[in-house]
Write a new protein. Structure first.
Length: 467
């Protein structure tokens, strides 16, 4: 082991099991930038793994112990990092465990970084990627600057990692899955929502909300909690932590004089300290008014100026797969979104309705996890009854085995739309080619995003080739 660095990790080598995940890859890239030898395994090749390889990481795609380079088999010099999404019986994990390697969950490693910096940690069932991305961009383009570990690829930087040599601030997404966010030690915490999810882990809605309450107890004395107004979380903050509320139209931080039209959203931001007039949202989606209020509040507490906030919000391009416009024309609109919880679906579809009130909305949804589909079947059905037409793909299992009686057909039977159907993933582009489309939106946290290039190509050829 070598000298401890600023994140509390004293080793030469870091090996990531699941290195291609959005949260793992930014940590891998961070430690590459610190001069560590970085390697790892992932199940499939992706742009993220290719980027890691280009930057000097060793990455392989077969769960074979013999493929682990000799440099990563030195137990004294190697830290092994993994995520709960990797099965415990995974061959490489079992090897490292049996050989007595030091092993850490991804969240524990991120927690080390938050301890060594002034961390802004954004938690919530939904909204956390957008709010953390907005916050990071506001800080990055200001005189304050920041480091950031994001749960999506921020379009302004084509990256999920931001590095700064001069700022002590770290922006991090605080993931509640498997209680991961309990490893973090924020200076500023934001909670966007606490609608029950991951009941395969928590068991009950009460236990899920309790985990957020415990998260509030981890904020450092002298820090801040920015809590969405109406969220059923009772703060357990330490003495000296200030608790603030926010929402679109009420709370300590809120928006006033909201104007929506001509493809723009403008509003005035109001805080206990000031009013910042005429903010123009770079991603003009109604739900982003509230998201931006939370992000601006965090940035304001860090010293970002009003002019920097105006410029930052107007130039914010969004994160990939968060209300991501692929095509925006009078003939066809194509949007992709990561939504995989009923509340996320409802918010996204209602935002689309506000933008395109007179156009037919077709939604394609790939359910994520058998357990989530089972636990929220009725809520999913209500959300998926909001568009004009819905197409359901098979459930993406991720880490789960099938559950008897749980299927996309089960959801379809509960959806009240007349225009609804099932479709195999491999048949989707062909089905859409023969459909009457005006506004198309694809939803899901599985692998539906891999279909996007073919869908976009087909739509451009069909609707825009002669325009």
């Amino acid at each position: 082991m070598k000298v401890k660095n600023e994140s509390g990790i004293n080793c030469d080598n870091i090996y990531f099991v699941g290195i291609g995940g959005i949260g793992m890859s930014n940590l891998a890239r961070y430690y590459l930038s610190k001069g560590k030898r970085v390697g790892g395994y992932d199940r499939t090749e992706s742009p993220l793994t290719e980027q890691l390889r280009a930057e000097g990481a060793f990455v392989h795609y077969t769960d074979e112990i013999r493929e682990i380079p000799d440099s990563f088999t030195d137990r004294e010099a190697t830290l092994v990092v993994y995520t709960p999404a990797v099965p415990q019986q995974h061959g490489e994990l079992s090897y490292f465990r049996e050989k007595g390697f030091r092993m850490m969950k991804r969240a524990e490693l991120l927690g080390e970084i938050t301890r060594a910096s002034d961390a802004i940690c954004v938690a919530g069932t939904h909204g956390k990627t957008t709010v953390s991305s907005m916050t990071a961009h506001l800080l990055r383009q200001s005189h304050v600057d920041c480091n950031a570990f994001l749960g999506g690829i921020l379009k302004n930087y084509d990256n999920n990692l931001l590095l700064s040599e001069r700022s002590r601030i770290t922006v991090a997404e605080a993931d509640e899955y498997d209680r991961s966010f309990h490893w973090l030690r924020p200076h500023i915490a934001v909670i966007t929502s606490a609608d029950p999810d991951h009941l395969d882990i928590y068991g009950t809605a009460e236990a899920y909300r309790e985990s957020f309450e415990h998260f509030t107890s981890l904020i450092r004395p002298g820090g801040h909690l920015i809590l969405k107004n109406g969220v059923a979380v009772t703060p357990r903050t330490l003495p000296g932590v200030k608790v603030w509320s926010y929402a679109e139209g009420k709370g300590d931080y809120h928006a006033e004089h909201i104007r929506i039209g001509n493809g723009e959203i403008r509003f005035d931001y109001v805080s206990p300290a000031q009013r910042i007039t005429d903010i123009n949202l770079g991603v003009p989606v109604k739900v982003n008014i509230e998201n931006s209020v939370a992000a601006i509040a965090a940035a304001e507490l860090c010293g970002v100026t009003p002019d920097e906030i105006r410029r930052g919000m107007q130039s914010f391009a969004g994160a990939r797969r968060r209300f991501d416009f692929h095509i925006k024309s009078d003939r066809i609109v194509f949007i992709d979104d990561y939504a995989h919880h009923p509340r996320e679906l409802t918010a996204a579809i209602e935002s689309i309705r506000a933008l395109y009130p007179d156009r037919k909305v077709t939604a394609v949804f790939q359910p994520h996890l058998y357990s989530r589909t089972r636990d929220f079947a009725d809520q999913f059905a209500r959300s998926l009854s909001l568009p004009d037409e819905v197409i359901l793909l098979d459930i993406y299992p991720a880490r789960e085995e099938p559950i008897e009686g749980v299927s996309s057909q089960m959801l379809l039977d509960r959806i009240t739309l007349a225009q609804k159907q099932l479709c195999r993933r491999e048949d989707l582009t062909g089905l859409l080619r023969s459909s009457n489309l005006e506004v198309l939106v694809t939803f899901g946290a599985g692998d539906i995003d891999r279909l996007l290039p073919d869908i976009e190509k087909m739509l451009r050829e069909r609707y825009l080739q002669n325009v």
